[in-house]
Design a protein around this ligand. Structure first.
Ligand SMILES: [Zn+2]
Ligand SMILES: [Zn+2]
Length: 350
């Protein structure tokens, strides 16, 4: 054994496969732990599992939970405005694809953002003394481990793929293309799109338009032809007693889609959003901008949410008032105080 070969001798293609498995683990940690669990509280995770995800993210990405959550919540609250940390509609798609990670990094250093949107994230001893204090130490350790285990060539390859994965797929593709190009199940007052109907490579985050329609939902697929691998993992973890859906009574995105997007919220006489074969393409600004004074997501139907008349679990900006002349379908989707009844199933307390 030499340092050049590594402790585990691997073929080049085995190294590529190992890199894909490891990066999938990181994608799962991002979508399940950072996004669905921490940022949106859509599901609870067993504390041990949550910590495994947190450790893995420190080791493989150097991302701090507080920072990721705060930047992402601000994106939802300020979507498609100059204050959105990464809107390709405002900053240009090239800037997102080429330097999305720089935009994230800049937003994550803003103390006001962290204070306002980062509430409820871990602040225990290990977070303070290690994860938040030395975020780069994890990725340096990972580089050493990769080279020790797989050698200079294959370890370097695996490490390079691991380092590029989240900046490419998260900061570039989801944050950029996910607000620029794809198809839309929900005519929201933001440019969010679904990139492909099968959410595997990015853990289900491909279904970004569905997510903006129902950010409270741990399941990101909506139409019958869509698949969210993250939701499959959640069901497996739930069967093992390691995860629990927070808000089972809220209508899942699929039922919202079947009911014509805005179930229970569509004013009489306004036709439902057309369904059928999705139309791919660039989202024209007029599709989400025209007539809409608000850029916020749909009302949160969870008991205790703003839509239910009390405070939200984290600090959101109040949506701006509806501009006169706003078109009815967009107005109906706005997250305004006194918004129509939240979408819960009949027979369940709203
Ligand atoms: Zn988004
Ligand atoms: Zn989100």
């Amino acid at each position: 054994m030499t340092l050049w070969a590594g402790l585990l001798t691997t073929h080049f293609w085995s190294a590529v496969l190992i890199a894909l498995v490891l990066t999938h683990g990181t994608i799962v940690a991002v979508t399940l732990y950072l996004h669905r669990h921490q940022a949106h509280r859509a599901l609870d995770l067993h504390p041990v599992l949550a910590h495994v995800f947190r450790f893995w993210l420190w080791l493989t990405t150097g991302m701090v939970t507080l920072e990721w959550v705060a930047v992402h919540r601000k994106h939802h609250a300020r979507c498609e405005t100059a204050e959105d940390p990464h809107s390709p509609q405002f900053l240009g798609i090239k800037r997102l694809l080429a330097g999305g990670v720089l935009l994230y990094s800049k937003a994550s250093r803003d103390d006001a953002t962290l204070q306002r949107y980062g509430q409820g994230t871990p602040s225990d001893r290990i977070e303070r003394l290690l994860y938040s204090r030395y975020p780069v130490a994890g990725v340096l350790l990972l580089g050493l481990l990769d080279i020790l285990l797989f050698g200079v060539r294959n370890g370097g390859l695996i490490y390079g793929i691991q380092m590029a994965w989240i900046p490419l797929w998260g900061a570039g593709v989801v944050n950029g293309l996910g607000h620029f190009w794809g198809y839309r199940n929900f005519a929201l007052p933001n440019a969010s799109t679904n990139l492909v109907p099968w959410g595997v490579l990015i853990g289900g985050e491909e279904l970004h338009n569905n997510h903006h329609a129902a950010p409270w939902s741990p399941k990101l697929s909506a139409a019958p032809f869509e698949f969210d691998i993250g939701w499959s993992y959640i069901r497996m973890l739930a069967a093992l007693g390691l995860a629990r859906v927070r808000n089972p009574d809220a209508i899942p995105p699929r039922e919202l889609a079947e009911a014509g997007c805005d179930a229970g919220m569509r004013p009489p006489g306004v036709p439902p959003i057309p369904r059928g074969i999705p139309r791919y393409g660039r989202v024209p600004g007029a599709a989400w901008r025209a007539g809409s004074g608000s850029t916020a997501d749909r009302p949160d139907p969870r008991p205790g949410s703003a839509a239910a008349g009390t405070t939200r679990p984290f600090s959101d900006e109040d949506p701006r008032p509806v501009r006169a002349g706003a078109s009815a379908p967009l107005r109906a989707l706005e997250c305004a105080p006194g918004a129509p009844a939240p979408p819960t199933r009949p027979g369940h307390p709203g």
